[in-house]
Design a protein around this ligand. Structure first.
Ligand SMILES: [Zn+2]
Length: 382
């Protein structure tokens, strides 16, 4: 089985799928398109009952494969196809080299590892000729490494089809520990407008920085207020004024000022409601003169770690569920799946690195869990 997983992973790594936002001269092709074309063929060869292209962005489709099982319960794996860029890598990003019990290359751990495991497990099961015990769906999503638009499209598709997965894994390298929560975020720019004049006569103009100061102060106060609230399961929300630009010269009253805000959202908060609150705070502090530009927002992800399936997964590996300091596609799914965790082989410490790798032992551990999760016979060998 291990050789088959490694073989699949090498093949996946050898097909570049760099997110266009991370494009560069070494990326070869940008986007997930080439990988989607190959995977559609692979799913056909593995006798998937349904293969669905879900358009997300220009020439960037999600690809879904479904194997119907005797039991209508659906087990869903969301695995993102895109990777970060390769320009700073010190190894061949698309070589898929196997050395010292590791597979190297961009995407080897984040997150083609999970896809390789899934393909090898399904391939081995199909050789037995036995039916699947439950319905299995693999959702290959685009654009995780930039905006998560593939995850948003998958959530919409599931709702449209009224498909509520019984269990769901969002694939990311978690060292086979189920991750049951991470914060969401709201990011935005705020601009204030002034009137530039010579600093020798400042009263003739309007200082955009001076207009911005009460907004910054109000946001500092808001961060402090958040820390006094009863903590959510994921802790407290935070608000950081993380950028500030303004002014043109030491002798010019600034005509423009801009700040960037990063607000981390916890479970129980709505990212949309938080956006409105942030704008209301700015409007109150500036007398309604500030304008804004939203950058991005994502809901917090929280799954009750006492759900029987999470407990089963922890017991299987002899570990405990945890939270993640980073965001994942899980922000998009809310209560669509009955139970959802972030899970996968390998460590986030090797993701996005100059010599990205995953250990074969971790691939093997994840494959054991996938066979158990999908109720497949555990004595299958390659
Ligand atoms: Zn990832």
């Amino acid at each position: 089985m291990d050789e088959r997983i490694v073989g699949w992973l090498q093949r996946l790594v050898q097909i570049p799928s760099v997110n266009p936002s991370h494009d560069g001269p070494s990326a070869h092709t940008s986007g997930e398109g080439a990988l989607v074309t190959v995977l559609a063929e692979v799913f056909r060869s593995l006798d998937a009952d349904e293969i669905i292209y879900d358009p997300v962005l220009s020439k960037r489709d999600n690809l879904y494969a479904i194997w119907h099982g005797a039991n209508p319960a659906v087990a869903l794996l969301d695995v993102h196809l895109d990777t970060v860029g390769v320009e700073q890598m010190t190894i061949d990003p698309f070589g898929g080299e196997v050395r010292d019990g590791r597979v190297y290359g961009r995407g080897a751990v984040d997150t083609k590892a999970s896809l390789a495991v899934a393909l090898a497990v399904i391939e081995a099961h199909q050789r037995t000729g036995a039916p699947f015990a439950q319905t299995i769906m693999i959702a290959c999503t685009v654009d995780e490494e930039e905006l998560g638009s593939g995850a948003i499209a998958l959530a919409a598709w599931l709702q449209k089809r009224k498909l509520r997965p019984h269990t769901m894994i969002v694939a990311e390298p978690t060292e086979c520990r189920p991750v049951y929560g991470h914060t969401g975020l709201v990011r935005l720019w705020l601009q204030t407008q002034g009137v530039a004049v010579h600093t020798s006569q400042p009263n003739r103009g309007i200082n955009a920085i001076t207009v911005m100061v009460p907004i910054v102060q109000a946001y500092i106060a808001e961060h402090q207020r958040l820390q006094t609230l009863p903590p959510a399961a994921l802790g407290h929300g935070t608000l950081t004024v993380s950028r500030i630009d303004g002014g043109r010269g030491l002798n010019i009253v600034p005509d423009a000022c801009r700040i960037g805000i990063d607000r981390r959202v916890v479970d129980g908060e709505s990212a949309v409601a938080v956006q409105k609150e942030l704008l209301a705070i700015a409007a109150h502090a500036s007398g309604g003169t500030a304008t804004h530009t939203f950058i991005t927002d994502a809901e917090a992800f929280y799954q009750d770690p006492h759900h029987p399936w999470v407990i089963e997964l922890c017991a299987f590996h002899g570990n405990t569920a945890t939270t993640a300091p980073y965001g994942t596609n899980a922000f998009a799914y809310g209560d669509i799946p009955a139970c959802c965790v972030v899970y996968g082989p390998g460590s986030i410490a090797q993701a996005h690195t100059e010599d990205e790798w995953v250990s074969v032992a971790e691939l093997s551990r994840a494959a054991d869990w996938y066979r158990h999760w999908w109720q497949l016979s555990s004595d299958i060998t390659a």
